[in-house]
Design a protein around this ligand. Structure first.
Ligand code: GLY
Length: 572
C-alpha cells in the first residue's frame, strides 16, 4: 500500500503527546489526508477535524458505505470537535443514493413539553445555561440513519469515537485558544468541574482533553442503540442535570424524541438540480429563492466576473429579498403553514426581482419584510461524504452556540445545546434591533426552532456534481450559494471556490458583510458599490467553513476543506 505525504495544515506540536500521532501515521500509510487537490475513486470525506475525516475514511475502507461513514464521523466530531460536534445537539442531512434517490433526515432538537411561547420574555436565558436546552436529536438521528441505510454494525461505527474519548483528544492550536476563551462561561454554567475546564484556566496546543465520561456514554449507545441515550442511566443523568438549575427536559421528552424523514427541497438552476433541506431550516428556501431570482432576472454572473461589483450587487439584492421572506414566513412547517409553494413560484420570484436597478442599492426598509431578525449562532459544523458506489451525503450538525449551552451533563461528559435561542424568543416584543418576532417561529412544545443549516447536493445532467455545506448561522445559505456559483458560474477550481473570500447580506442590518483581512474585497470594488448606496460592514470573524466534494468525470472525486479552520479532506 502506498504512502502519500500531503500538505498538513496544522502544526506538529499538535501531535507531540499522543495517540493521535500514531493514528495519524497509520492513516497516512493508507489514505490521503488533507488532500485538497488530489482525486479519488473510492471515497472522500471532508469534515471540520482531521481525526473525524480519517475515522470516516477508515469506515469506507472497511467496506462501509457513505451512511456508515456519516454515523462514524458524526460521533467522532462529538469527541474531537466539542465546539460544535455533538451528541447533545441536532442536525439536518440530505443524501443522494447512487441510484439517484434523494432524501432528507431531520434530527433537529425539539422544544421540551414544558416549553411555552413567552418563556424567555424578560430574561436572557435562551442563550446559555440549563433553560436554553432543546431535546437533543443527534443520537436518534444517527441510529435512524444506520437502521435505514447502514451496512456495518452500529457498535463498530461508534467504536473509533469511543476509543478516542477513552484515550483522550489532543487540542489543535485553534481549539486550545477557543476553549481557553470559554473557561469562564463553562465554569459559570456548570455546578461541578467539567473536563473542559483547565486547572490553570489556559489550554495549550497539544494538551489532551480527557473524556472518560463521554467514553462511558458512547459505550452505552454502542450497547443499546438509541435507548442507551434516551432511556436508562444516561437519560437519568440528563434529567438530573436539568433539575439542578431549572432545565425543562423530562424523561418523557427524551423517550418520545423521534427524528423525521422528509422530502428534501428540490429546485433548478440553469440545468442543475439542487437538492437541499426544507423545514425546519430556512437555508434551502433562501438558497433556492436566490438561485431562481438570479436565473429569472437573467443575470449573467459568469460574464460579469468573479466578485466583480456587478456580481456582488446581483447577489446582494437577491439575498436581501430572500432574507426578508425568511423573517416573515419561515418556521417549523409541522406547526406553522410555511408557504413554500408560493415562495418558490416563478411568477412570485419574477415579481420580487422585477424592480432591480443597476443604478442604486435598494434600501432594506423599502423591502416588504417580516419583523423577525435571524440571530442564529455561527458555531455549527458540516461534513460531506461520497463513497465508492457514488452514494453522497451532506450533513450539518450543531449545538447552536460554540459549546452550546455550556452545560455539560455531569457523569455523561457531553455538552447540551442552546438551540431554544433559534426560536423567535419574544413574539410581539421588540428584540435587540427594535424589531418584533413573528408567529412562524414562536415557541411551542415539541416544535423545532428555525434553522439556517443548508446541507446541499447538486446534480448536473442527472449525475452527482457537488456535495456542499458549511456552519455559519445566518450566513450559511449565502456561503453555500456562493460556493455553488463559484463552481457553476465562475468555473473556479474547487479549492478556490471554497477558500475565496465570501460576503453576505441578510436584509437587516442593511449592509454587505465582509470578512476580516486578509480576505478583503478590492478597495475599488467597495468604492464602486458605495457610490450606488451599498454599505459595508466587516465582521470580526471569517464567514463559514465550507466542506465540499466535486464529482469529476470518469468516477473520480475531489474534496476541498476550508482553511478557515482545521478542516480536512481524506480520500482513497
Ligand atoms: N443553530 C444554527 C442553525 O440551526 O442554523
Amino acid at each position: 500500500m502506498s504512502t502519500h505525504l500531503q500538505v498538513i495544515n496544522f502544526s506538529l506540536t499538535y501531535f507531540q503527546n499522543c495517540y493521535a500521532f500514531l493514528c495519524f501515521l497509520l492513516v497516512l500509510s493508507t489514505c490521503k489526508l488533507n488532500a485538497q487537490d488530489s482525486t479519488f475513486a473510492q471515497g472522500v470525506i471532508v469534515s471540520a477535524h482531521p481525526l473525524a475525516s480519517q475515522i470516516g475514511i477508515q469506515i469506507l475502507k472497511n467496506g462501509g458505505n457513505a451512511f456508515d461513514a456519516a454515523v462514524a464521523v458524526e460521533f467522532a466530531l462529538a469527541v474531537c470537535y466539542p465546539i460544535a460536534g455533538n451528541i447533545g445537539g441536532g442536525g439536518l442531512l440530505v443524501y443522494r443514493k447512487a441510484n439517484g434517490e434523494v432524501g432528507m433526515l431531520d434530527y433537529r432538537e425539539k422544544a421540551p413539553a414544558l416549553a411555552s411561547r413567552d418563556m424567555y420574555v424578560g430574561n436572557d436565558k435562551s442563550v446559555k445555561g440549563h433553560f436554553s436546552v432543546g431535546v437533543p436529536g443527534t443520537v436518534a438521528g444517527m441510529c435512524e440513519l444506520h437502521a435505514k441505510f447502514g451496512t456495518l454494525p452500529l457498535a463498530d461505527l461508534i467504536a473509533p469515537a469511543q476509543k478516542l474519548a477513552a484515550q483522550g483528544v489532543p487540542l489543535t492550536a485553534r481549539e486550545a485558544k477557543r476553549l481557553t476563551k470559554e473557561q469562564d462561561t463553562i465554569r459559570k454554567y456548570n455546578t461541578y468541574t467539567p473536563c473542559l475546564l483547565h486547572p490553570a484556566g489556559k489550554w495549550q496546543t497539544g494538551d489532551t482533553l480527557h473524556l472518560k465520561d463521554l467514553a462511558y456514554t458512547l459505550a452505552q449507545i454502542q450497547e443499546r442503540g438509541r435507548e442507551g441515550f434516551y432511556k436508562g442511566i444516561i437519560a437519568e443523568k440528563i434529567v438530573r442535570e436539568m433539575q439542578k438549575r431549572g432545565g425543562l427536559i423530562s424523561f418523557t421528552d427524551l423517550e418520545t424524541y423521534r427524528p423525521t424523514w422528509r422530502s428534501p427541497l428540490v429546485g433548478k438552476y440553469k440545468g442543475h438540480r439542487i437538492i437541499t433541506v426544507g423545514t425546519p431550516s430556512a437555508g434551502g428556501l433562501i438558497l433556492l429563492q436566490c438561485l431562481q431570482m438570479l436565473e429569472l432576472g437573467k443575470f449573467e454572473l459568469g460574464k460579469y466576473g468573479f466578485q466583480s461589483p456587478k456580481s456582488i450587487q446581483a447577489l446582494t439584492e437577491v439575498e436581501r429579498l430572500a432574507y426578508a421572506d425568511r423573517a416573515m414566513y419561515a418556521g417549523d412547517a409541522d406547526f406553522y403553514p410555511v408557504p413554500y409553494h408560493n415562495l418558490l413560484q416563478k411568477s412570485y420570484l419574477r415579481r420580487r426581482i422585477a424592480d432591480f436597478s443597476w443604478e442604486k442599492a435598494k434600501p432594506s426598509q423599502e423591502v416588504k419584510a417580516g419583523s423577525f431578525l435571524p440571530t442564529d449562532s455561527e458555531e455549527t459544523t458540516h461534513y460531506s461524504i461520497v463513497d465508492k458506489w457514488g452514494n453522497a451525503l451532506s450533513a450539518t450538525t450543531t449545538l447552536n452556540d460554540a459549546y452550546g449551552s455550556r452545560v455539560m451533563v455531569e457523569g455523561a461528559g457531553f455538552l447540551l445545546n442552546d438551540e431554544m435561542d433559534d426560536f423567535s424568543a419574544q413574539v410581539g416584543k421588540p428584540n435587540k434591533y427594535g424589531l418584533t418576532g413573528t408567529e412562524a417561529n414562536a415557541i411551542q412544545p415539541f416544535k423545532r426552532p428555525l434553522s439556517s443549516m443548508t446541507p446541499t447536493i447538486v446534480e448536473r445532467a442527472g449525475k452527482l456534481l457537488l456535495i456542499v455545506g458549511t456552519p455559519g448561522g445566518s450566513t450559511i445559505p449565502t456561503s453555500v450559494l456562493q460556493t455553488i456559483l463559484n463552481v457553476i458560474e465562475y468555473k473556479l477550481p474547487l479549492r478556490q471556490a471554497v477558500q475565496s473570500l465570501r460576503f453576505h447580506h441578510q436584509w437587516l442590518p442593511d449592509a454587505i458583510q465582509t470578512e476580516p483581512a486578509p480576505r478583503t474585497l478590492p478597495a475599488q470594488t467597495i468604492q464602486t458599490l458605495e457610490k450606488k448606496g451599498y454599505k459595508f460592514m466587516t465582521r470580526p470573524e471569517t464567514i463559514g467553513r465550507v466542506e465540499a466534494i466535486l464529482a469529476l468525470p470518469a468516477g473520480k472525486y475531489q474534496g476541498a476543506s476550508d482553511d478557515r479552520g482545521d478542516d480536512t479532506v481524506a480520500g482513497w
